[in-house]
Structure formats: structure tokens, C-alpha cells
Design a protein around this ligand. Sequence first.
Ligand SMILES: [Ca+2]
Ligand SMILES: [Ca+2]
Ligand SMILES: [Ca+2]
Ligand SMILES: [Ca+2]
Length: 419
Amino acid sequence: MKKTVTHIFGVIVALVLALCMPLPVFAEETFDYPDLCEIWAEYDDDALNLEWDCTNHGGEFTLFVSDNGKDFKKLVTLTDEYEYAYKRSFTKVYFKVTQTRDGKTLESSTIVAEKTKTGYVDVEYYDTDKDGLNDLYETLAGTDKTKADTDGDGLTDYEELGLTGTDPLVYDSVKKGTPDSKADTDKDGLTNIDEIKSGTNPDRADSDFDKLSDGNEVKKYKTDPLKSDTDGDKVSDGDEVALKLDPLKTSSNGKVPDNERIFKQTIPADHEILEYINSEGEIEFSVVISAAGVANYNLDVSKSGYGNVIGRNTAVIGVIPEFEYTNDLTVYEFILGAKIPDNLVPNTAESHTEEDEELEGIKRFQFFRFFEEINTLLPVNTTYDVEKNMVYTTTTDLGTYCIMDLELWVESLAAAMYG
Ligand SMILES: [Ca+2]
Ligand SMILES: [Ca+2]
Ligand SMILES: [Ca+2]
Ligand SMILES: [Ca+2]
């Protein structure tokens, strides 16, 4: 019987995985399945070959058959046998098996075999109570396969296991005294049953990731909790609320489209969106941006993909950042600031400062932008705040920027020319 054992339990594992649901709670805690007796069938040569297997072998097996999934009749009783060839004609037929061993009886899930018009026979585990969880899954979860809502809390077993993440065996598993349907698992202001009705995720406070909770969208702002930009003007609902725009109108003031409404916003060097490019003791970048939308939600900051190439130039100092902004939102002005740490301010090369005081101290640091179209770094406007060791560039074009030590650059050029 080795072959059958592998076969049926392989099917069970495949089936549980196919349901795309977390395994029942008991399985996560102990990885211990209850004693099972499960049946499967395959159609071959005009016979439906039924096979079953049980956690504990031996005993007496009774096979039951039904044509409606409810009224089962005894088909055959066998001792220590694990297969049976069913040869009667059918279009749709249901089976289950019981094992009687040591005075105890264990019943399998019901399977249903259905013949399609082409003669192919489809076999599935049956969902007796039609709650969306088939009988095998219910057996594994310990729920009642004949009752859609085992614990009577207003949520079906499927809703609890697949949607709300609540316990299908406990009436008030979230909050004592409150049925799970009326509880608010994700604390977003909507009860679990209301979330199921509105299609939102009962286990995530902000279903559409627009930074407004499902409850606030439905009750306060009347926005769509499943659409991050309800009015379709490219400014997300959360951005509109934060900027005091109207998330239900594409032009809140009736004149300028919301995605062209400019707000001047400062992103300091210690802001979390700059932490990829800033680290203590190195050059620290900061941003002042005049743009539509909430800048720190829409500005994407990373280390540039061109960094490896650009960084080969020994005159380039520090991290090479890249900035992008959400498409369709206007950027009016982008001021990139770089604070040069004290230890980098004194000149390292001594050859040119006497001749050119433009290369003295932080004034020798120049912003460059990488122009992808021509694969070249070109200098861009650079201003200084000498008191604060700050170097700035002002632009409208985001992209890859870097800072070059012009004195080192001149020196490397001279070395290349004169050897
Ligand atoms: Ca329930
Ligand atoms: Ca909720
Ligand atoms: Ca939301
Ligand atoms: Ca919008």
C-alpha cells in the first residue's frame, strides 16, 4: 500500500497549498494533523478507481455512495482493503469512506466525481456546507463541514480563515463578548462584516495603500477605499487630504488641476526617505522641492544605477544619489543640498589653490548631473553657504547627481595631459 499512501497525502498537501490560505492555526502551532482517513478517485478504463488511506492502518472500511451529496447509501464493506473499482455508470457521484478500528469510527471527507461532456472525469473534494472551504480543509481546520459558520459569530468558516484571520472555532476571538463579525480586527473603523460587504481587506487598515484608513475613506472622506486615487487626477487620496485638496475633485479650486498645484516642501537630511543615501560623517543630502503631491510620498530616492561607472572618477566624492518623482505630478523646482562634513572641507591637493581661490575650501565642490542620453556627466549650477558647509544645485530635472572635487579633477586632467 506504499504507493497509495504517497498518492493520497501528496494530493492533500497539493490541495491545501492550492487553496492559497494559511494553514489552520493548529498546524502552525504544532505541525500535528488530526487522525485522518481520506479518499480519492481516478477514472481509468471505464472504472472509477477509489483509493483511501488512513493515519492508522487496519480495521474495517465502509464505502458510501450518493447521487446528491446528502443521502448516502452503503456500497460495500471491506476489511483491510484500500481500493475499490466503481463500475456503474454515472454523470455525478459522491463518495465517502469510514474506518472502524478499535471500536472507533473515523469518517473521510466527501469527494465528488463528475463526467464532463467530453467524457473526462473531474474529481474534487466536496464542500458540503457550501461555505467556500472544502470538506478536507474543514477537517484539517477542525471546523464543522456541515455548518457554514461553525462558531455562529456571523462569519463563515471561509471568511474567518481566508479573509479576517479570526478563529473559526471561537465566537469572540478578537474581543471578548463581541462576535467576530462585529469586531474590527484591523482597527480601521469598519467591522469585519462591513469590510467583507465593501470588499476591503478586514485584516489591513488601509486596503488601497493611499495612507487613509478604510474607515476614514468610507465614513469621513467618502472616497473609494479600494482606489488610491478616487477622482483620477493622479494625486492620491491621502496626498489630497494632507494638502487640504478635495479628493473628489480633479481641480479643487476650480482653476488649476490638482496635479499642477505646487507646494513647497522641505525634506531634511535625517528624513527616512533619505536614509539610503545619507550616513553619519559622510556628505548628507537634503531637499527643498516645490511640487504637486506630498513630496516625501512621491519622491523616490536611491543610490544611482550609474554609480559604479561614475564612481570610477576619483574626483567624485560621496554617494551618488538618484531622484525620481511620481509621473504626472508637476515638479516646479528641486533644490538639492549637500552638507560637506568638516573633515572634507580642507583642500587635499595643494597645487592650485594659490593660483585660484575659487578652488579654496567648499567652493571647489561642484554639482554634476549625469545625462543618460549622452552618457556624460556635465556640471550644473552650484551655489554655496560657506558658513554652513552647504553646497546647492537648483533644477527642475530629477535624475542622477554627484559632487566632484574640482581641484582633484583639474589635477587628474593635468596628470593625464602631462604625465
Ligand atoms: Ca464563524
Ligand atoms: Ca476593520
Ligand atoms: Ca485607503
Ligand atoms: Ca486624487
